[in-house]
Design a protein. Structure first.
Length: 278
């Protein structure tokens, strides 16, 4: 099975071939994504909420993220695995950004890293890529800026903010990012950004005009029951199926209808007879 490369991702844009990507957090999810021929898996810092139960992405640590990235990397035999760099793993300095990005590549098996922010982090992007590590950038609604943005809000709705986002996109492309996530921005702005860049854009809540789309594994499969983010189309309702299955399991155990005979190992009749006669 051929491993997807950053050139393969670029080729999808160049050939005007829309592509689906996923945010996933474990070995099993990665294997399923591979079976669906998903070309890129992001191990997102949204794991802070989905996996670890934090209220925002901000508390998750490098070590917590690395465990998940390693799990996904073992499961993804084909997809390009991108590690999301958590809060304060790249903001402090270029040197620390390079060292922390390097840990994700060397210790967790990722092929690339992702970081949030525009021109203010162009030197981080340049430094990391110059160290031989591919970078995905992220503009628009950037969850690590939750407090600064006063919550999760659509970005780029005014002329000034839209112009700044476009300038930031050009700056991060110049710095060497090989792809750009656009989150929570107007569809029309995403189209303008996509048309102005040579690198692929990957949208989440950014409309149809991005080169690719990304969604969270748990969201599109309905793992949360009735909760569906606005940007998500739910393709299954597995949360309800799991709840029903667990309820059936509990009922079978309590009724002593599980395990059945074929679920267990059994002694030979001769051995059983000898033990019973002791």
């Amino acid at each position: 099975m051929k491993k997807i490369t950053i050139q393969d991702i670029q080729n999808l844009k160049d050939s005007e071939s829309p592509f689906a990507t996923l945010t996933a957090y474990d070995f099993t999810s990665a294997r399923l994504a591979d079976q669906a021929n998903i070309p890129l898996i992001l191990v997102g810092d949204s794991a802070a909420m989905v996996v670890y139960g934090y209220e925002t992405t901000i508390p998750v640590t490098i070590d917590e993220m690395m465990m998940l990235v390693a799990s996904v990397a073992r499961g993804a035999q084909q997809a390009l695995v991108v590690a999301d760099m958590p809060f304060l793993s790249y903001q402090v300095s270029v040197e620390s950004a390079i060292l922390n990005a390097g840990r994700f590549i060397k210790e967790s098996g990722a092929q690339a890293v992702k970081l949030e922010g525009g021109r203010e982090y162009a030197d981080r992007i340049s430094g990391i890529t110059n160290a031989g590590i591919p970078v995905v950038a992220h503009l628009g609604l950037t969850p690590q800026s939750y407090h600064q943005m006063s919550g999760y809000k659509v970005q780029g709705k005014t002329y000034d903010s839209a112009e700044q986002l476009l300038d930031d996109a050009r700056a991060i492309e110049t710095a060497g990012a090989f792809a750009l996530v656009l989150e929570g921005i107007p569809s029309e702005l995403a189209k303008i950004v996509t048309n102005n860049l040579k690198i692929p854009t990957i949208g989440i809540g950014a409309g149809i005009h991005c080169d690719g789309q990304i969604q969270v594994f748990h969201d599109i499969l309905g793992m949360y029951g009735t909760f569906v983010p606005k940007h998500t189309k739910q393709y299954a309702n597995i949360g309800d199926d799991i709840s029903q299955a667990l309820d059936n399991y509990k009922n079978d155990v309590e009724a002593k209808t599980f395990p059945e005979k074929h679920h267990s190992a059994h002694l030979d009749a001769e051995v059983l007879q000898s033990l019973q006669n002791k």
